[in-house]
Ligand binder design. Structure first.
Ligand code: FES
Length: 260
């Protein structure tokens, strides 16, 4: 039986595997490429990101002078560029350094390796993430802290999506923003760094202050952690669809049905 190292050593793409190993990396390349292209277009498009009472998650928090007064966070307009650029900095940093996405795009775009037991581009000079630029992946936990703040702001936007000119109501957009918040929360709650901080770094719960509560919280985030890839994709696709929905309503292309 040949070892996987011997198989990989034969050259790029060489393998003894008989299954369609190339389907996952190809799907990831297409999926991330499409989502990235849409998000980039939406960020620089700069219009139709708000229609009462819905604010696109790409443009929250709205803190530029050009933001409509009713959605400008705390009435402040200090950020000189598009608010979407600030938000995308956090989101790109968070998703780009995510442990799941790292595996996915290393395989899909860098073929490093394309799949298990499949020959890769580079030889044996593997340095992992110990050298520049990949060492910056270690900043993931700090992007996670920033993303917690972003999630709180999105929760605030979602609550506002149920208030129509001062009165409670439910539109299809309110439901869309609620699902979007749930999926983004599920993705964040499954983060490996968050799980580590909540309880993964504890060796003995019964010897730790608040150990019972931490163990209970750790078990809950572990449920999301096991489904991290699922939430990563669902939240990525749905946040783009949420922006698209609000954009189409703001442009008058479609109507937002009022359910209540
Ligand atoms: S590991 Fe994926 S978001 Fe933290």
């Amino acid at each position: 039986m040949e070892s996987s190292v011997a198989i990989r050593g034969r050259g790029f793409g060489k393998t003894l595997r008989r299954d369609a190993w190339w389907v996952p990396p190809l799907s990831v390349a297409l999926g991330l490429g499409l989502a990235g292209a849409y998000a980039t277009w939406a960020i620089f498009q700069g219009n139709h990101y708000f229609v009462e009472p819905y604010l696109s998650p790409f443009y929250s928090p709205c803190i530029t002078a050009s933001c409509p007064a009713e959605i400008r966070l705390l009435g402040i307009g200090w950020w000189p560029l598009s608010p979407a650029i600030l938000m995308m900095g956090v989101i790109l940093g968070f998703r780009g350094t995510c442990y799941y996405y790292r595996k996915a795009y290393y395989r899909a775009y860098f073929m490093d390796p394309p799949a298990c037991a499949v020959g890769e581009f580079r030889g044996d000079s593997y340095k992992g993430e110990t050298g520049f630029p990949w060492i910056v992946q270690n900043l993931h936990r700090y992007f996670m802290y920033a993303s917690v703040l972003v999630l709180v702001l999105l929760a605030y936007d979602t609550i506002k999506a149920f208030i129509f000119h001062g009165a409670f109501g439910i539109g299809l957009g309110s439901i869309v923003l609620t699902i979007n918040l749930f999926l983004l929360s599920g993705y964040l709650f499954g983060c490996h760094s968050l799980r580590h901080i909540i309880g993964g770094n504890v060796d003995c719960y019964s010897c730790t202050l608040g150990g019972k509560a931490r163990h209970s919280a750790w078990k809950k985030v572990s449920w999301f952690n096991k489904r991290h890839m699922l939430f990563a994709w669902c939240s990525l696709v749905f946040v783009c669809l949420t922006d698209l929905y609000i954009r189409l309503v703001a442009m008058g292309t479609i109507q937002d049905p009022r359910l209540f």
